[in-house]
Design a protein around this ligand. Structure first.
Ligand code: GMT
Length: 377
């Protein structure tokens, strides 16, 4: 396959979309493509040197004449610079707003034939898509992109329902780097965190936004804790943290819940965990469930968005209606008590990741889409 020059724009700070965009860039670079990140800061997962990955920082000057710093215009300007100077073949942006709209502007500024690919991750549709002040811009960004992908079938449906764009949207699932997300030996963490050998470990990882329903996670854990000696690991931080702390206190669970804040090297935490809880009311995919599953951890998820495309009910975990904490608690207790069933779910979780979400398969799909676009001319 011809090696391509690919620009990538994403939100570079913590978050699933930034993770996917960065991992995609890294894996494409490993296949010999030249990658140009055009972002406001170095993507946080770009943690090692690659000779064919370049970083172009978007800088916004703060002039007193502007009430708001014009980030979007500065981004479009930087995209135009990079498109021209590096002769990009593809500009792949993550999020319709503002990135797709900026890419369309940047392409016009550069008077170039660069192909624009937009990947929808969820929040740009499920949250921004219901904001009247943005829907036309989202529709424009989608329709004027050369190709649009979404991370789940559920997100395609939601986009059609909310925005009704006149555009085909292809599903390209999320993936992970299997060299990192696999069961590793990290049992020392149990001792370090004061977790007894006989205790089960339940894990939840998120940015603690309201849509993640972390209070439900605490409620389900309370149900588990009543029946089985266990600890809850909460990794991440965000707006719901104080409500969660309060609920943990009210339920008398303080000694059983570990608040770890934002963490790297999550594979080490997953590797000591017995069950992942992802109980969101909105979730276009649920990358953390995939990460946990790759380390052999079954997941209890909700039927929100794309979660049921990742967590297969009764196969590698359970899926329940949003908020049905009673049933979730009962299923969790049964699964944690039944070693044979737990091992089967754990094995199946790894197989699901390998068969349906393997990075080599998904990266090939992206490459084929780019090549197809370039052949259109
Ligand atoms: O979940 C978040 O709040 C972060 C958000 C983001 O934009 O980074 O994640 C979205 O994209 C991830 C990668 O595709 C998906 O795994 C998450 O499900 C999705 N989040 C939501 O839809 C709420």
């Amino acid at each position: 396959m011809k090696k391509m020059k690919i620009g990538i724009t994403c939100y570079p700070t913590v978050g699933g979309s930034g993770v996917i965009a960065t991992e995609l860039g890294k894996l494409l670079a490993e296949k010999g493509h030249q990658i140009h990140f055009i972002t406001s800061s170095i993507p946080f997962r770009l943690n090692k040197m690659y000779s064919n990955i370049y970083f172009h920082q978007v800088e916004v000057n703060h002039y007193s004449v502007f009430q708001y710093p014009p980030y979007d215009i500065a981004l479009a300007n930087k995209m135009a610079d990079v498109i021209e100077r590096e002769e990009l073949d593809i500009l792949h942006v993550h999020y319709a707003i503002p990135h797709a709209v900026c890419a369309i502007m940047g392409k016009q500024m550069a008077n170039s034939n660069v192909k624009i690919v937009t990947t929808l991750h969820g929040t740009d549709i499920t949250v921004l898509g219901v904001d009247d002040s943005l829907t036309k811009a989202i529709k424009f960004g989608i329709e004027k992109s050369d190709r649009v992908t979404a991370v789940s079938h559920a997100l395609v449906k939601q986009t059609k329902d909310l925005i009704a764009p006149d555009k085909q949207i292809d599903v390209l699932y999320n993936f992970l780097d299997e060299r990192i997300y696999r069961k590793v030996q990290s049992d020392y963490l149990r001792k370090d965190y004061g977790i007894e050998d006989h205790e089960k470990i339940i894990i939840h990882v998120s940015n603690f936004r309201k849509v993640k329903r972390v209070l439900d996670v605490v409620t389900v854990f309370a149900n588990i804790q009543r029946e089985i000696p266990s600890k809850l690991i909460l990794a991440g931080d965000g707006p719901e943290m104080s409500a969660v702390l309060k609920r943990v206190d009210e339920l008398g669970l303080k000694e059983h819940v570990l608040f770890l804040g934002k963490q790297d090297n999550l594979e080490e935490l997953y590797s000591i965990s017995d069950l992942m809880l992802l109980l969101s009311e909105k979730e276009s995919f649920g990358l953390v469930a995939l990460e946990a599953m790759a380390c052999g951890v079954p997941c209890i998820g909700t039927d929100a968005g794309g979660i049921p495309e990742v967590v297969m009910d009764q196969k590698n975990g359970y899926v329940f209606p949003v908020g049905d904490t009673e049933s979730m608690g009962t299923a969790a207790v049964n699964l944690l008590r039944d070693e044979e069933l737990h091992s089967a779910f754990s094995r199946e979780a790894v197989v699901t990741v390998q068969n349906d979400f393997h990075s080599s398969k998904i990266i090939r799909q992206y490459e084929a889409m780019y090549a197809d676009l370039l052949n259109e001319d």
